[in-house]
Design a protein around this ligand. Structure first.
Ligand code: HEM
Ligand SMILES: N[C@@H](CC(=O)c1ccccc1NC=O)C(=O)O
Length: 267
């Protein structure tokens, strides 16, 4: 009998053990992964704080990968593939928002036990977060200044993102493939034409909706983050040197694809 109570599995159906070289922990590099949580204090909640951030960074890595592939699919005129990838991006982004709740189980008093150890570190210095913004079209070179302490490879990654095409550039390429004009003067007319003739352009319309959802969920995360910040530190300034919540509130009004929002007014 197997450990699960079933009859033993015949040898020809024992799947995945052919080479016998991989183990669960080896495949997932768990010894390396699980040795990377190093609290700076004795405070019991610091492990939660580190874990949450590391999980975010892992999701950011996946999002960058999927968004790069979605961009490539749009350039290759494989809109179905881009749409498929955006569904995954949206699902991950919803998890990012839900996850804030886990960190909110920490009380502000418990956070203050180790907060002073964190400065001048802050989310400002998340390279992958800024890469996501740049790739999505929000290219603000001024943020390179917050990475003075980052390594050369990280700075080079950010510079490369500033030079690379954005998701919007890739969408414009998809429109051009259909012989739709995309110059600054003509783009709103094209977006309206797509919206009004879904019989001919439904895939382009749905893809624009996917971009908009990506934009909307990013904004929802920013709002959720600032709510958490107000709950944790109120009106205190940030460890990264900003005004804290007021700075972050300002960032909630940003859009990756402003024309897709403006389009609503013209429909
Ligand atoms: C106790 C929880 C948290 C507090 C009090 C907090 C506070 C802040 C503050 C005050 C800032 C502004 C920069 C500064 O001056 O420090 C900031 C920025 C940021 N935080 Fe957090 N944060 C928290 C959790 C998180 C988590 C879990 C993430 C996930 C990765 C995160 C990601 C970021 C990012 C990416 C920025 C830069 C945002 C931008 O420039 O638009 N934060 N945070
Ligand atoms: N900026 C936060 C501290 C903080 O949350 C943080 C500190 C180090 C690394 C990541 C952080 N997360 C988001 O800003 C604060 O001012 O309390």
């Amino acid at each position: 009998m197997g450990i699960d109570g079933d009859a033993p599995v015949p040898p020809d159906r024992r799947f995945g053990e052919e080479g016998g070289r991989l183990s669960y922990g080896g495949y997932l590099c768990l010894p390396a992964l699980l040795s990377q949580q190093q609290p700076q204090s004795e405070s019991p909640d610091e492990l939660l704080f580190i874990t949450i951030h590391q999980v975010y960074e892992l999701w950011f890595k996946l999002l960058l990968h999927e968004l790069e592939n979605a961009r490539e699919a749009m350039f290759a005129d494989e809109l179905w593939r881009a749409r498929h990838l955006f569904q995954r991006v949206h699902a991950v982004e919803r998890v990012l928002i839900e996850q804030v709740e886990v960190l909110e189980t920490m009380t502000p008093q418990d956070f203050l036990e180790f907060r002073s150890k964190l400065a001048p570190a802050s989310g400002f210095q998340s390279v992958q977060f800024r890469e996501l913004e740049f790739l999505s079209g929000l290219k603000d070179e001024r943020y390179l200044g917050s990475f003075r302490h980052a390594g050369d490879t990280e700075l080079a990654r950010l510079r490369r993102r500033l030079d690379e095409p954005t998701l919007w550039d890739a969408y414009l390429a998809a429109l051009s493939r259909r012989d739709l004009p995309v110059s600054d003067d003509e783009i709103m007319g094209t977006l309206l034409a797509v919206a009004r003739d879904r019989g001919s352009h439904d895939d382009l319309w749905q893809l624009a909706e996917d971009l908009l959802t990506h934009d909307e969920t990013a904004a929802q995360w920013r709002m959720r983050h600032v709510q958490m910040v107000e709950r944790q530190i109120g009106t205190k300034s940030g460890t990264g040197g900003s005004t804290g919540a007021p700075y972050l509130r300002g960032r909630t009004r940003l859009h990756y694809f402003p024309l897709l929002w403006e389009l609503r007014a013209w429909l």
